[in-house]
Structures are given as structure tokens and as C-alpha cells.
Design a protein around this ligand. Structure first.
Ligand SMILES: [Mg+2]
Length: 214
């Protein structure tokens, strides 16, 4: 990792906890449930609609705000109303790694800060993070929209070259790389997908620090 890196911008879901723990899938189930129960979308149309929404609006929430005037806080509370202890717990390895990681740590997420804080507390890593850049701070202009990254840079008062982005979604990595951030793709996605580095698990980030190129 470059010596000049001052900020590590961490995505939250499926990045700070493993993608196979079931939490992300459950959030997806809650979104489906919301659309059926609160908006009256026929169950058999939900997945097709969500695919279209994601393509045109980046998030289901932005589409639901547009088409159904959904209240974002009500939606976010509903979809994150999940017993986290069934999915994630204290991660001592991650806690230790974050302790040793030099750059300032920030969460940069398309979710809301309330959900982010619950996840960070559950993982036992809240103390490491200077602040959380969430969907409200981004004014619903979320990753992978280039403006979300520019806003994040503004919040941390840093240049792209001073930031490393750690993220599980290949599409969210690309704008960061184009802006000049160092990028790390986390998880089992095949290939590098345009990121500078690819790691299986978040704790492998240290390996980059040890062997990183300039
Ligand atoms: Mg993610």
C-alpha cells in the first residue's frame, strides 16, 4: 500500500463481513417483502422489477422513491430490521487488522448510517472508524455514480491518490479507479475486474500493505 495513502474507504455490506454469511441475502428478502406487503407489487413480478430498477436507478430505493414516493427512512428501517446476531459476530482477526492499519478508516456505503453502526458494533470494530459516509450524506446519489466518490473525497478532504477503496462490488470499484484511487476488490468475484488488487477476505488487506506496489 502506498505510503501516501491517508484514507481507507470501506464499503460495508459483503465487504466488512463475508458475502456468504446470509445477511445480504436476508436484506434482499426484506426488500422483496416490502415491495409485496407495503406497495402491493405481485410477488412473481418482484425480481424482474428489481433488476430493472437496479439498471436504471442504481438502487431499488431510488426507483421506489421515484415510482411510489417511498419514504427512505421507513424503507431502510424495514429492510434492515434483521437480527444481526444470527449472521455476524465479533471478528477478532478483523479487529486486530484494523488496529494495525495506518490510514484513517471511513465507511462509504449505499446503506444508511443506522444500519452501518449496528453492523460495526456487532463486528466489534466501531472504534476504528472516523465516520460513516452513508446514503443520506450522499443525498441518494450513490455508488457507482461518479458524484458519490467526489462527495466522499470532499468529506474526507483528500485527493483520490490519498485514498484506497475496499469494495465487494466490481461495478463500484471502477469509478474509484478512474478517479485515481487505489482499489481493492474483496470476495469471490472472478478475476480482477479492474481493481488494482483482489483479495478473498477483508483480513487479507494486510497482505497488500506488506507487499503493495507503488
Ligand atoms: Mg457491498
Amino acid at each position: 500500500m502506498k505510503q501516501t495513502i491517508r484514507y481507507a474507504l470501506f464499503d460495508l455490506d459483503n465487504t466488512l463481513y463475508p458475502g456468504n454469511c446470509g445477511l445480504w441475502q436476508e436484506i434482499g428478502n426484506r426488500i422483496n417483502q416490502y415491495m409485496v406487503e407495503r406497495l402491493g407489487v405481485p410477488r412473481q413480478e418482484v425480481s424482474e422489477k428489481r433488476e430493472l430498477f437496479l439498471k436504471s436507478f442504481g438502487t431499488t430505493l431510488n426507483a421506489l422513491r421515484h415510482y411510489y414516493s417511498v419514504d427512505p427512512d421507513e424503507f431502510l428501517d424495514f429492510v434492515h430490521d434483521i437480527p444481526l446476531q444470527h449472521y455476524i459476530g465479533y471478528d477478532p482477526e478483523l479487529d486486530g487488522m484494523l488496529d494495525r492499519l495506518r490510514p484513517q478508516k471511513v465507511v462509504f456505503t449505499n446503506a444508511d448510517a443506522k444500519h452501518a453502526r449496528r453492523v460495526l458494533y456487532r463486528l466489534g470494530i466501531m472504534r476504528h472508524f472516523e465516520f460513516i459516509i452513508d446514503i443520506h450524506m450522499l443525498e441518494f446519489v450513490n455508488k457507482p455514480d461518479r458524484r458519490a466518490y467526489l462527495k466522499a473525497l470532499e468529506f474526507v478532504s483528500a485527493t483520490p491518490g490519498e485514498c484506497i477503496l475496499i469494495e465487494d462490488s466490481p461495478v463500484n470499484v471502477l469509478p474509484a479507479r478512474q478517479l485515481g484511487m487505489t482499489t481493492v476488490l474483496v470476495g469471490d468475484s472472478a478475476g480482477m475486474n479492474g481493481a488494482h488488487y483482489h483479495i478473498r477476505r477483508i483480513t487479507d488487506l494486510e497482505r497488500i500493505q506488506a507487499t503493495g506496489k507503488d
